[in-house]
Design a protein. Structure first.
Length: 216
């Protein structure tokens, strides 16, 4: 099942919890320092625009929702899903949050929650597995979460829409990029500045759906 946040068993070096991004998030009213990973993705790739429809997978504790709502404005819509409850107000966009296992989500459920059949402009995934300390196992779970998020993106995105997902680097990372490139015309991988030292996290960004026979 998806989990959020770092774990002692992940085999990573210890980090300073209250680093400059943590302090900046507190000063600017965001729920978590991870918001600055999304901010960098948005700055580099122009992910979000006023009026966008956005899907946020793994949205707890809510900092991404806060950032998205500000970026898309009152005419936008964002749906957020996570196992953990969301306790922050997001405004000014229309924000709807749902507490459930993202692996149980399918396109039909998301369309019902949106209230219509319109495609999404952006699908984001900050999902992470509950780590075990077994590097290959944790990597495989991370890849599986990205694959599930991408399947939702393929079914829900408009043709020129964007997809971005967190993934652990390691075995399976390069094959994953190859699969993403089969589905999208523009694909990048990056490690945002706000990523903690010692973390294996990276992000995959993709834009422009390729028209293939196996698209859902």
């Amino acid at each position: 099942m998806p989990g959020k946040g770092p774990a002692k068993t992940d085999g990573l070096t210890h980090y300073r919890r209250k680093d400059r991004f943590y302090k900046k998030a507190k000063q600017e009213g965001f729920a978590a320092r991870s918001v600055y990973k999304l901010e960098e993705l948005d700055r580099r790739f122009s992910l979000l625009a006023p009026g966008d429809r956005v899907l946020d997978l793994g949205c707890a504790p809510g900092s991404w929702l806060q950032y998205i709502a500000r970026a898309i404005g009152p005419k936008g819509l964002v749906l957020g899903y996570d196992l953990a409850p969301i306790k922050v107000g997001a405004g000014p966009a229309e924000v709807r949050t749902f507490e459930l296992d993202v692996l149980e989500l399918d396109p039909a459920r998301i369309r019902r929650d949106a209230g219509d059949e319109h495609p999404f402009d952006v699908v984001l995934s900050d999902l992470a597995p509950k780590t075990t300390g077994i590097r290959d196992a944790d990597q495989a779970r991370s890849i599986a979460l990205v694959e599930h998020a991408m399947a939702l993106a393929l079914a829900l995105l408009r043709p020129k829409g964007c997809f971005a997902a967190k993934v652990f680097q390691g075995r399976g990372f390069d094959p994953l990029l190859l699969e993403v490139r089969k589905k999208f015309s523009e694909v990048r991988a990056l490690r945002p500045e706000a990523t903690r030292q010692g973390s294996r996290e990276a992000f995959v960004y993709a834009k422009g759906l390729r028209l293939t026979e196996d698209r859902p």
